[in-house]
Unconditional design. Structure first.
Lengths: 252, 273
């Protein structure tokens, strides 16, 4: 492992160690935060018992559906908008201000329309994530070198072959940034929606545990979410880094 | 078809190219009228001041742009806004595909054309060996120098066995020594393939070293002011720069271009070359 990697681990271990210490010596009230070791213990027991398995599968299933929908639909919409400059000009201000709007204000409307089911949660996940993918697609396509379009014409490639065989791979590093953001935003959108109002799911279980003062259950599930979200993001980051190295793009 | 017609590999007749003006600006007459006949297997270079329409000339001949007026033919057939089979183009910009290895870059066109795998392997290995890239077959373009990346692009063109190769300032971004060596490689390629080559360059010495004939173009709108016949033997390399006649050729080209380059400076920033 590189020196930077060791420093990263050291920072993490020190932070967790400090939190553990503060909880153990009573600097932080155990009714507010339990020690990280107890969070981990509670999580292991919860997973072994299988008590929350249905909720875990449900929530991560919804996140996967929302993320995949956002990536595929966001890429397709990005391609279409990029091909229509006037449409793009008219939409650009909306994209620029999209994340300034608190999207969750629309959640009650979706519940009124679709009922208290999975659909409003998936839609909130997609609504949170899709614009990041559209913007990344537009950004990526803008940066495809003009000369590649000429190369495509020299090889007598049609529009679809040019898009799939040249433009898509050429724009891939930017698209991948969109994928990373879309996955993160899908997590946020789904968990937050479940937390506000849902019949089931990890967000709902955490909310219930919070209301019942069940700190062990609440922190166990929060730890699970942090571990899964971080692991997914790290995996995407590693893939991104390998691609970047191969292409000679320096990424921090 | 007469023997003379068969000898003409590609031609431009009365070709002009006028770009429509952007909002509120007048149209830009970039090129022509131009008449040019490229003989089968000859090496023709085009030199001219910046913005004189050299690249436009190449793109019209390639079929990447439609001429505003005039006709373009390749092997007796008209070229009209579509690149004909048998024409290969190498651009000034790095056009290698960074997501593919050197080998896969070279194989790209053959795979597109549905060539059999064994044939692809043979032709790509052969082209990479010829361009001195065998040891870098598994490398990615980002791991190579600018000159080597340009060789990857030439290999990608070479494997398709084009009969007309159009080179648009392919060594423009390279240092002087590398350009001389790349020039040697292009001469080797030309002799081996027997292809007709049209080279666009701003370097008079490069044109004088490589070409059988050199067209000196005026400032925009680009027209041929002079066609210089070098008279070099087919077997030549970069050592030719020390020949007595070499300075004579570059001197004659400069005589033609000096005034045009001054005019072009007066027009600077209007159009790319």
């Amino acid at each position: 492992m590189s020196r930077v990697g060791w420093i990263r681990i050291a920072v993490l271990v020190i932070a967790i160690g400090l939190l553990e210490l503060c909880c153990r010596i009573g600097l932080i009230d155990h009714r507010v935060v339990i020690p990280p070791s107890q969070m981990a213990d509670a999580l292991v027991r919860l997973l072994i018992s299988g008590d929350a398995n249905d909720q875990i599968v449900r929530t991560f299933g919804i996140v996967i559906i929302a993320a995949l929908t956002s990536v595929v639909a966001g890429f397709a919409l990005g391609l279409i908008i990029h091909a229509l400059p006037r449409v793009r000009q008219s939409l650009d201000p909306f994209f620029a201000t999209y994340y300034a709007v608190p999207i969750f204000i629309f959640y009650p409307v979706l519940i009124v329309i679709f009922g208290l089911s999975v659909i409003p949660i998936v839609l909130m996940g997609v609504a949170t994530a899709i614009v990041a993918m559209i913007i990344a697609t537009l950004n990526g396509l803008d940066r495809v070198p003009q000369v590649l379009t000429k190369v495509a014409r020299v090889h007598r490639m049609g529009t679809i072959a040019t898009a799939l065989l040249l433009k898509l791979p050429a724009a891939a590093p930017h698209l991948f940034t969109g994928v990373k953001l879309a996955v993160s935003y899908a997590f946020i959108g789904v968990i937050a929606s479940e937390f506000i109002l849902a019949p089931a799911g990890l967000g709902r279980v955490i909310s219930d545990a919070y209301s019942d003062f069940n700190n062990r259950r609440m922190y166990a599930l929060m730890l699970l979410l942090i571990i899964v979200a971080t692991a997914v993001n790290m995996a995407l980051h590693v893939v991104d880094q390998r691609w970047a190295e191969r292409r000679g793009i320096a990424k921090p | 078809m007469t023997a003379r017609d068969e000898d003409i590999h590609a031609s431009l007749s009365g070709v002009t190219r006028v770009y429509p003006g952007a909002a509120g600006t007048p149209p830009v007459h970039a090129l022509g009228p131009i008449d040019l006949e490229l003989k089968r297997g000859e090496f023709f270079a085009v030199v001219g001041p910046s913005g004189c329409g050299k690249s436009t000339l190449l793109e019209v001949l390639a079929g990447l742009q439609q001429p505003t007026a005039g006709t373009v033919t390749f092997e007796g057939r008209p070229v009209s806004g579509k690149v004909s089979d048998g024409i290969g183009v190498v651009f000034q910009e790095d056009a290698s595909f960074p997501w593919l290895t050197v080998w896969d870059n070279a194989a790209f066109g053959l795979r597109r054309n549905g060539v059999a795998a064994a044939d692809i392997r043979r032709r790509v290995d052969d082209a990479l060996a010829f361009m001195g890239l065998t040891d870098f077959a598994r490398a990615y373009p980002a791991q190579l120098s600018g000159g080597m990346r340009q060789r990857v692009c030439i290999s990608r063109t070479l494997v398709l066995q084009p009969r007309l190769i159009l080179l648009d300032e392919p060594f423009g971004a390279l240092d002087a020594q590398t350009r001389l060596l790349m020039g040697d490689e292009v001469l080797r390629l030309w002799r081996r393939t027997g292809a007709t080559i049209l080279l666009i360059t701003h370097a008079l010495d490069e044109a004088a070293m490589l070409a059988d004939r050199i067209g000196a173009m005026s400032a925009r709108p680009g027209r041929f002011l002079d066609i210089v016949v070098t008279g070099w033997p087919r077997e030549r390399d970069s050592k030719i720069v020390s020949e007595a006649g070499f300075a004579e050729i570059t001197g004659r080209l400069w005589d033609n271009l000096r005034g045009e380059s001054m005019k072009s400076l007066g027009h600077s920033g209007v159009m790319a070359g």
